[in-house]
Design a binder for this molecule. Sequence first.
Ligand code: PDD
Length: 287
Amino acid sequence: MPELAYVNGRIMPIEEAKVPINDRGYHFADAVYEFISGYHGRLFAFEAHLDRLERSLRALSFPPISRDSIREAIEKIFQAAALDNGGVYLQISRGVAPRNHPFPINVQPQIIITVRSLPETPRAYLENGIHVITVTDIRWGRCDIKTVQLLPNVLARQQALDAGAQDAIFISPEGVVREATSSNLFIVKDNTLQTHPLTPNILPGVTRGCLLEICREEGIPVQEIFFNHHTLLSADEVFITSTVAEVLPVTRIDGRSIGAGCPGPLTQRLRTLLETQAGKTDSINKK
Ligand code: PDD
């Protein structure tokens, strides 16, 4: 099945999809997005993604867009692609207008959706964990809004790759550990999870939310607190969470080994629990 695109109501092969050069997403990054995964034909945490999308649209003062129409559009393209495990990317820009900073009058938001196979996480990352570096967070003060202005994230990820690592973790100028370039971050210390609280400085990850819910159900203690680089390096376990990575162990940070140097037991348990909740477990067992 070819990759599909949906542009303002029409579904087409991705190669045929075009966006006007006056799209404000292109000029100003004046656009929000979501990435949703689907396993065995079912979209995971769909309503939570729609909740966050509505929040992002409101935060940027976009005109109201019917939640039902977005839900229907996503379901339509996801079903048309008929992928077993697919990833849906949705982007809504403020609209198309000649380049000028103020909000344009009488323009319609532009909705594009693409669907493609979900990237497989390399087995080595799951078995051995990933290596990360830490970088100073130079992003803006509203990282809780899921906008497409991701240049600091792109630069930090590339810096990590150039350093032979797989990802970078943002640290605030004051030394607070925030999140990774496209995922939230958790540490385990004495069987308790710690993660940055929800503030404007991190994205309220849907996977983060699912994991906190799982921890409540399983009686695993979680603290949403600020912690620094030293606490990060002395953690028993570290992992990141996102729609793409799910729960991914981190075993090396800034060249130093974390805990036992291999994925920890709580990380592995939480990955399995999340896979079960996402309805993905069957495909794992089949491998
Ligand atoms: N990224 N933090 C940042 C900065 C992110 O970009 C993401 C998601 C997350 C995790 O959010 P969620 O659990 O809802 O996926 C945290 C997406 C996947 C991306 O940019 O591709």
